[in-house]
Design a protein around this ligand. Structure first.
Ligand code: HEC
Length: 152
C-alpha cells in the first residue's frame, strides 16, 4: 500500500512536469533585463496609446491632439496576479492568442482575431523587451483577502 502511494505520487509529479516540458512549453523562456523608460517612449511611438489607457498615467501618456482614441483597453493598475513576461510578450506578438469578447466590436474583425495591430515586422526584439518591462511595472499586486471561515 505504501509503495502504491509512492508510485502514484511519482506518476503524478511526472505527469505534471511532462506537461510543462513539452516541445511547445515556455519552460526556459527568459528575457534580458529591459529598460522601462525606453519602453514608455516606445509605447507612445508605436501608438499603443491609440487603444490603451495606462493606469495612473493618463496625464503623461496622451494621444496627440486631433487624434481620436480607437478604443480604451486598460493596462496596469491593481491586479491579484501580475502577468508573466511570457503572457505579456504573447499578448504583443500574438494578440489573437486570447481575444476578449468585450473588444470584438464588428463581426468581420471579431472572428477570433484581435483588434490589436500586428507589430511583429516593425518592432525590434529590444523594443519588445523594453515595452514589456514598462508594462510589467504598471501593475500593482493587490493582496488577496483571505476567506474568513465561520467557527461552528
Ligand atoms: C488598434 C488597437 C490596439 C493597439 C494599437 C494596440 N493594442 Fe494592445 N490590445 C488591444 C485589444 C483589443 C486588446 C485585448 C485583447 C483582445 O481582445 O484582442 C489588447 C491587449 C493588449 C495586452 C494584454 C492586456 C491584458 O490585460 O491582458 C497588452 C499587454 C497589449 N495589448 C499591449 C499593446 C502594446 C505594447 C501595443 C503597442 C505596441 C498595443 N497593445 C497596441 C488593442 C490594441
Amino acid at each position: 500500500m505504501k509503495y502504491l502511494s509512492i508510485i502514484l505520487g511519482a506518476l503524478f509529479c511526472f505527469s505534471l512536469t511532462a506537461c510543462d516540458m513539452g516541445p511547445k512549453s515556455s519552460y526556459g523562456f527568459t528575457l534580458p533585463e529591459g529598460n522601462a523608460d525606453y519602453g514608455q517612449q516606445y509605447f507612445v511611438e508605436f501608438r499603443c496609446i491609440d487603444c490603451h489607457s495606462v493606469a495612473n498615467m493618463q496625464d503623461t501618456l496622451m494621444i496627440p491632439e486631433g487624434i481620436e482614441a480607437i478604443m480604451e483597453v486598460p493596462i496596469g493598475g491593481e491586479t491579484t496576479k501580475i502577468a508573466t513576461y511570457g503572457q505579456l510578450v504573447t499578448s504583443i506578438i500574438n494578440p489573437s492568442h486570447k481575444v476578449s469578447d468585450q473588444y470584438q466590436v464588428t463581426p468581420e474583425i471579431g472572428n477570433g482575431q484581435s483588434m490589436m495591430r500586428n507589430y511583429n515586422t516593425i518592432m525590434t526584439v529590444d523594443e519588445l523587451i523594453d515595452i514589456v518591462a514598462f508594462i510589467q511595472n504598471q501593475y500593482v499586486l493587490k493582496p488577496v483577502s483571505p476567506t474568513i471561515y465561520k467557527m461552528y
